[in-house]
Design a binder for this molecule. Structure first.
Ligand SMILES: CC(C)(COP(=O)(O)OP(=O)(O)OC[C@H]1O[C@@H](n2cnc3c(N)ncnc32)[C@H](O)[C@@H]1OP(=O)(O)O)[C@@H](O)C(=O)NCCC(=O)NCCS
Length: 392
């Protein structure tokens, strides 16, 4: 098997659904921009060198439907020869796209492929515009269609993750994110055009543009005491609140993967290799436990132990499930989400796997960390995990 070299991994900022900077920026624009930028940031690479674009999207319909992987490539000015696909594994869709792109390179079927992700939760709500669960099946298995918030409540109750611990974890996420912003540690972010339609005196709307440079959901100054005052949003007497759940977010990310031969031919310095990727299933009504099963499985494939991993990016879909998985696996909290996680930075569903890859690789490079793991829970009852190895 050949190696899959990651040469560039970038993302747009993540911005709050409806209230944030990208609420009027169409997902195709976010994705086209980041695809084009990823190529421009890779020395000597031309758009015509790309063979395929695999794009994760969790609700690929309406504005982000019709195979946004192909549409955004065309909008970005890639030639007709560059194909494009949309990949869906809900919250792991972006990582799945990167893994599929890497496997194409590893098998020798392709030499240069982009893996990425996009989600505009402002344009397409979670669950889609018209959810249509199967009428008979759902009577027997309603849990497959359960609200993600309820699954987080289930994890908290079943595994005794207290409200206090969830709030402490969430406050830490916010504090880490605020510190990372202060210290300009989000080097994987590319300032991205944000469009807004502004009413004019004559009744028309003018399309205005501003460059968005930061994740706009971070709340510096968050404390666990302040979070303790928020009411549960998913269940009466529950413990999951707007403060200890991931934010709903808009964003896009792209990673360029190539073979060793292309790395040499273009004279590019690779960042890292995607070494192993796995997925696993668990009960749908406690989908948040997914990383507890996916991480050991991918580590076993890699012949590595939790202690060999220098950095983890574990998606904070909810504090209850992220904290539970970290505890169960005996992971040192200081190695997890060092720039904050989705509670502070947002969770743009199908983009998240690609976004976390960009963040993880930037941190691995900055700190000289050899092995990094990315993982997340997935709606429907799944976990996904990948091992990345830094290049010398
Ligand atoms: C929980 C959820 C419903 C809250 O949605 P929301 O109301 O839009 O959330 P917001 O971030 O706007 O917060 C609402 C209010 O809570 C309070 N709040 C939220 N975070 C806070 C913090 N860190 N500190 C203090 N107050 C906070 C504020 O009063 C805020 O209102 P404001 O923005 O006007 O100040 C939504 O974030 C959600 O569904 N998250 C989970 C998404 C999900 O399931 N993803 C898939 C996972 S598998």
């Amino acid at each position: 098997m050949r190696d899959a070299y990651i040469v560039t991994s970038v993302r747009t900022p993540g911005c709050k659904r409806a209230k944030g900077a990208f609420s009027q920026t169409r997902p195709e624009d976010l994705l086209a921009f980041i695809l084009k930028t990823a190529v421009e940031k890779t020395p000597n690479l031309k758009t015509e060198d790309i063979e395929d674009i695999m794009v994760g999207c969790a609700f690929p319909e309406a504005e982000q439907g019709l195979n946004i992987g192909r549409i955004a490539g065309q909008m970005a000015g890639f030639p007709d020869s560059v194909s494009g696909a949309t990949v869906n594994r809900f919250c792991a869709a972006g990582l799945e796209a990167i893994a599929q792109a890497s496997m194409r390179v590893m098998t020798g079927w392709s030499d240069i492929v982009i893996g990425g992700g996009v989600e505009s939760m402002s344009f397409v709500p979670m669950g889609g515009n018209v959810p249509r669960p199967h009428p008979e099946y759902t009577r027997q298995h309603a849990d497959l269609y359960a609200s993600m918030g309820i699954t987080a409540e289930n994890v908290a109750k079943r595994y005794k993750i207290s409200r206090e611990d969830q709030d402490a974890f969430a406050a830490l996420s916010q504090q880490k994110a605020a510190a990372a912003q202060q210290e300009n540690r989000f080097t994987e972010i590319v300032p991205t055009p944000a469009f807004r339609f502004v009413a004019q005196a004559d009744g028309t709307y003018a399309k205005q543009v501003a460059m968005q440079e930061i994740d706009d959901g971070v709340r510096a100054g968050t404390t666990k005491e302040k979070l303790a005052q928020l009411r549960p949003v998913f269940a009466l007497n529950g413990s999951v609140t707007a403060g200890n759940a991931s934010q709903t977010t808009d964003g896009a990310a792209a990673t360029i993967i190539m073979s060793e031969a292309k790395v040499k031919a273009l004279g590019v310095k690779p960042l890292a290799k995607l070494k192993y990727y796995t997925t696993t299933g668990c009960k749908a009504d406690e989908m948040g436990v997914g990383p507890k099963y996916a991480i050991p499985r991918v580590l076993e494939m890699a012949g590595l132990d939790v202690k060999d991993i220098g950095l983890f990016e574990i998606n904070e879909a909810f504090a209850s499930q992220a904290l539970y998985c970290v505890r169960e696996l005996g992971i040192d909290l200081d190695k997890v989400n060092i720039n904050g996680g989705a509670i502070a930075l947002g969770h743009p569903l199908g983009c998240t796997g690609a976004k976390l890859c960009a963040t993880l690789l930037a941190n691995m490079q900055r700190l000289g960390v050899k092995y990094g793991v990315e993982s997340m829970c997935v709606g429907g009852g799944m976990g996904a995990a990948a091992v990345f190895e830094l290049c010398d």
